[in-house]
Design a protein around this ligand. Structure first.
Ligand code: ZN
Length: 334
């Protein structure tokens, strides 16, 4: 795989006790060291015009002034330093690079994965929240629509609901947002009944999974709900908001996906893109236990390097069957 990476993203530092730390990127790089077929690309920062396709210019001005004055706590979770400005624009630029390279036809061993931070999927049009300042994947989607793509889908498998990404495109039909997340976690949005508004009705699909869900629930979700919905939507570009905090060893959730489970998800997404000719790129979101974050990114890379994971076996968690069958009967894409 080709990984979008910039040392600028190490300079955003929310403090020693903050889980979203520069050590995350260092751990990922160490984990990828010595693996065959890993390449790094440094892409330029996002330009302000593209960022302002999804964020209000007034918010961007406020963020600029906040960082220039040395930063501080934007809210209790979301902390900036002066260098956060450059890191955030670089992070959005790396996501944009991933979308561009995917649309240019890079796939298989050249498939793009942007390793930016701060992450993005909680950031809304006029506010930073949940460790996120600029909505990287949304900026990338807006850029793709401006270039070659007519329809972009975002599959968000971070354990938290990407309220920002959903919100930015909620009434539009040119971006489809699909999220698998742990029910009841921050920020509390992402109910199955949230399906989009106006022209965007049906272009939002939420799967709030109960705490304790794991590999069988996630792979079955892709087979029964997510892949059929994405096929119906038929995107030109699929961007994965790839957080790894649904991992069973991640301290921030009670979801129990294994490293192999992320390989299963990756294999399904890759097969979907191959079968439908959709361009495919990955954008890093969360993931807070360093060793399993590094292993999980490594396993995504292995799948693009030819690794074929074995499907998990077992039963669905209680409540998951009802969620899937409700969506199968009621969601406009299914
Ligand atoms: Zn998360």
């Amino acid at each position: 795989m080709r990984f979008g990476y910039s040392a600028d993203c190490l300079d955003h530092d929310a403090g020693d006790r903050h889980p979203e730390s520069p050590a995350r990127l260092r751990a990922i790089r160490e984990g990828l060291d010595g693996r065959y077929g890993v390449e790094y690309v440094e892409a330029p920062p996002a330009d302000r015009e593209t960022v302002e396709c999804v964020h209000d210019s007034e918010y961007i001005e406020d963020l600029s002034a906040f960082c220039e004055a040395g930063g501080g706590s934007w809210d209790p979770d979301t902390v900036a330093v002066e260098a956060t400005w450059d890191a955030a624009f670089r992070s959005a630029g790396l996501a944009t690079w991933a979308a561009e390279r995917a649309l240019a036809g890079d796939d298989g061993r050249d498939a793009p994965f942007s390793l930016g931070r701060p992450p993005g999927h909680h950031a809304v049009a006029d506010d930073a929240m949940g460790f996120c300042f600029l909505n990287n994947v949304a900026v990338a989607a807006a850029h793709a629509l401006d270039a070659d793509a007519d329809r972009v889908a975002v599959l968000d498998w971070d354990v938290h609901h990407g309220n920002g990404t959903q919100d930015l495109f909620y009434d539009r039909d040119d971006v489809c947002y699909v999220s698998l997340h742990e029910d009841g976690l921050y920020p509390g949005t992402g109910d199955g009944t949230e399906v989009g508004d106006d022209e965007g009705e049906g272009a939002t699909l939420n799967l709030p999974l109960p705490a304790g869900s794991g590999d069988v629930d996630y792979t079955t979700a892709l087979d029964r709900v997510v892949t059929p919905a994405l096929s119906a939507y038929d995107p030109d570009l699929l961007l994965v908001s790839a957080g790894f905090d649904a991992h069973r060893h991640d301290p921030i959730s009670r979801t129990r996906v294994s490293t192999e489970g992320f390989a299963n998800l990756t294999a399904r997404v890759r097969a979907f893109a191959d079968e439908t000719d959709a361009a495919l790129g990955f954008v890093l979101e969360g993931g807070y236990r360093l060793d399993v974050l590094a292993d999980s990114v490594g396993t995504v890379q292995e799948v693009f390097d030819g690794y074929d994971p074995t499907d998990p076996e077992g039963d669905l968690e209680p409540g998951v069957e009802d969620l899937f069958s409700d969506l199968e009967t009621e969601h406009p894409l299914l």
